[in-house]
Design a protein around this ligand. Structure first.
Ligand code: ZN
Length: 432
């Protein structure tokens, strides 16, 4: 056992020094950015040792730091941003537990960015809000995805609601208004609907809204997995061809070095359609010998247009060309036929760390997941989100969510033992 270095270590949460270095790197490499998206999970991974005060303190520190360094940020709430982790009771659940303090704190810290009206929505609307980006036709819809999260135990308190906390009504009404106003929409949130811990029924409901408003939604942005991924919403999941590709969900890799090198993404955006022209990924290689002595060395890792769209036949290389859903569908097809290209993707998915070739069922499962923004159609075993998943199996590795569920799995296993064992298991992640 040894102490973590000052800029963080693999398997560990992010220290503030690493967090600040990322914010500084974003400012350095993208000085003309319009704004930044934060997809949540500010709070540390010691999930059973948090307090309400710590949640407020942690998010306050991070959002204040972002405001000073990054300027305009559109944020979303993550499953770690409550005490304890994943605790988001839907409306109507009879309990003395409340997240009111949490939504109020988020509202206060986000208000300078999203304004008082949207900040009020954060409190009244269980962490979700909608706001128009100034002087544009772009509307940001930020949703709290945790009412669809399989390990949010509160959702099982009563018969599962078809519309927990009115989240789908909010989304539908907001998209309808955006459609009527000829706006373009970016949906941002934490848990990608194509992941195993997004309950199947809710992912189907969510995707039905995405299909209905696919001409309005320019892109979606998620976090949570810590992996560099994407997922395509198709109008027909039994026929996943470019002509049926509707919307792309961009799943960003993470800052935390828990499972890879610290990352951030930069999106090149069409100023009229708000479609994505390219995705540039920057990273700090924590394996560098001078990482701890000189601090993170941030550099360009790759761009999706150079690495993937440029390899298509015909290629898509024009800087102004959009990486449309159809192009991403062609990229997935190229992964199928060009194993070298797929393995390059898989190494990048792991954020350039601990890559092992993904073959056989690992590869077919990965390709299926990239082609589904619905967990029900992502070729996942429903038990993969539960506690008894075999850590050593390739299928389990594919479906592993690095944000909470992997730790939750250990917790669930320990529940066969006593409380001391439970606490011991839950404490495996170091505090920040
Ligand atoms: Zn998460």
């Amino acid at each position: 056992m040894y102490a973590a270095g000052p800029f963080g270590e693999y398997y560990c949460d992010s220290p503030v020094s690493l967090e600040q270095s990322q914010f500084d790197a974003i400012s350095k490499f993208v000085p003309k950015r319009a704004f930044t998206i934060s997809t949540g999970d500010i709070v540390e991974g010691a999930i059973w040792e948090t307090t309400n005060d710590e949640i407020v303190s942690d998010i306050g520190d991070a959002y204040t730091r972002m405001r000073k360094t990054l300027g305009l940020v559109y944020p979303a709430i993550g499953n770690h941003d409550a005490n304890p982790v994943n605790s988001f009771p839907p409306a109507g659940v009879p309990t003395n537990y409340t997240d009111t303090y949490d939504y109020s704190a988020h509202s206060a810290f986000w208000s300078p960015w999203i304004g008082p009206a949207a900040a009020s929505q954060v409190v009244d609307n269980y962490g979700s809000y909608s706001v128009q980006h100034a002087n544009s036709t772009l509307r940001i819809i930020s949703i709290n995805t945790m009412f669809s999260e399989g390990v949010n135990w509160w959702i099982y308190n009563q018969t599962l609601s078809a519309d927990p906390s009115g989240i789908f009504t909010f989304l539908s009404n907001t998209l309808s208004a955006a459609e009527a106003a000829n706006e373009r929409v970016w949906i941002i949130g934490h848990i990608p609907p194509g992941r195993p811990d997004f309950l199947y029924d809710y992912s189907v409901t969510f995707d039905s809204l995405v299909q209905r408003f696919s001409h309005v939604i320019a892109a979606m942005f998620w976090g949570h997995t810590h992996r560099d991924q994407f997922e395509i919403s198709y109008s027909d999941y039994s026929n996943r061809v470019p002509g049926n590709a509707q919307v792309v969900g961009y799943v960003a890799p993470s800052l935390t070095p828990t499972s890879g090198n610290p990352n951030f993404r930069v999106y090149e955006v069409d100023p009229v359609t708000f479609g994505i022209r390219d995705v540039h990924v920057y990273f700090a290689n924590a394996s560098r010998s001078d990482y701890q002595t000189h601090g993170p060395h941030w550099e360009k890792y790759y761009s999706a247009k150079e690495a993937y769209a440029g390899a298509l036949d015909p290629s898509v290389t024009d800087r102004k060309a959009e990486l449309s859903p159809a192009v991403w569908s062609r990229i997935v097809a190229a992964f199928q036929s060009n194993d070298t290209l797929f393995q390059q993707y898989y190494a990048r998915k792991q954020r350039g760390w601990e890559y092992v070739p993904c073959e056989g069922s690992c590869k077919s499962g990965e390709i299926c997941q990239l082609g589904s923004a619905v967990s029900a159609f992502a070729c996942l075993d429903p038990t993969q989100a539960a506690a008894k998943r075999d850590l050593s199996s390739a299928a389990g590795q594919d479906a592993t969510d690095e944000c909470g569920v992997s730790t939750m799995r250990n917790v669930m296993r320990a529940m066969g033992g006593d409380v001391a064992a439970l606490r011991k298991r839950a404490g495996v992640v170091l505090r920040r």
